[in-house]
Design a protein around this ligand. Structure first.
Ligand code: SAH
Length: 262
């Protein structure tokens, strides 16, 4: 079913190969050229065709990698050479994945393309926490947002946090960074209450995923966690955050008991 001379813009999901879509898996197994991000784990790359050309075109923060125009040219050249090309991105390709720029480049070059959606990290983070992102009693909307202020990204720098950070919304903050003090101040200034639940999810859907629960007030004191991580904030998380905190205290008490009984 895969076509030559075409580019498939595919979401690899949050990391667990079991969370690939069936369509993504079929394409991964048959694409001749796979251009992938850093976020795509070895367990998923292991599913590619042994004869495929696999290229990491990731541009991890700080590290030097190919520019966006290098990636565009590479996709176009491989498709013009008659290959089936897969542009494989972590999560969903259309969420903070520079998909629009790649579509523009493919359109300009007259290359056929198709989007295959994937499970975005925010959804995997909510699953890791054990929470629903919406709750008809508390949260009627989900706001997908990034705290990363890329150069030239006006949308990110001039964002109106007051309009986005509302008590009846669940905030899903991609690329939250490490400066939680600044984020804490920004969200409080936007009008969110100090006691609103927050959860920092690191490496969601990976074997070493971790969930750190807190409230907005404690956000400034959260420990650093391994990247990639995502921050969820909102009342819809309340019950899940309480459950996680109770389980954490129970574990601490059990450990203290163990130490005392020695
Ligand atoms: N297209 C991707 C997002 C790319 S932006 C998607 O739909 O998920 C990269 C950011 O996504 C990371 O900085 C982090 O905030 C988030 N992210 C990606 N994978 C993640 C994971 N497994 N766990 C937690 N956050 C993740």
């Amino acid at each position: 079913m895969i076509e030559n001379g075409k580019v498939y813009l595919v979401g690899a999901g949050p990391g667990d190969p079991d969370l690939l879509t069936v369509k993504a898996l079929r394409l991964i197994e048959s694409a001749a050229v796979v251009l992938h991000d850093d976020l795509v784990p070895p367990a998923i790359l292991a599913l590619t065709n042994p004869l495929a050309e696999i290229v990491n075109v990731g541009k991890r923060c700080g590290a030097k990698g190919p520019s966006q125009s290098d990636i565009n040219s590479r996709m176009i050249e491989s498709a013009l050479a008659g290959n089936s090309v897969m542009r494989l991105k972590g999560g969903d390709p259309g969420v903070f994945g520079r998909l629009a720029e790649e579509i523009d480049a493919l359109e300009s070059a007259g290359i056929p393309w198709e989007i295959v959606p994937g499970i975005t990290a925010g959804l995997a983070a909510a699953a890791a926490l054990g929470a629903s992102l919406t709750d008809r009693r508390k949260s009627a909307r989900v706001v997908i947002i990034t705290n990363h202020r890329a150069a030239g990204s006006d949308a990110a720098t001039q964002r109106d946090w007051k309009a986005l950070a509302r008590e009846d919304a669940t905030l899903v903050i991609y690329m939250p960074g490490h400066d939680f003090e600044a984020l804490h101040a920004r969200l409080l200034a936007a009008g969110l209450p100090a006691e609103i639940p927050a959860a920092l999810v690191s490496r969601a859907a990976s074997p070493d995923q971790s969930v750190t629960c807190s409230t907005l007030d404690d956000l400034a004191h959260l420990p650093r966690v391994p990247a990639p991580s995502i921050l969820l904030v909102g009342w819809a998380l309340d019950a899940a955050v309480r459950r996680a905190l109770a389980a954490q205290s129970a574990a601490v008490l059990a450990e203290a008991d163990l130490l005392l009984s020695r």
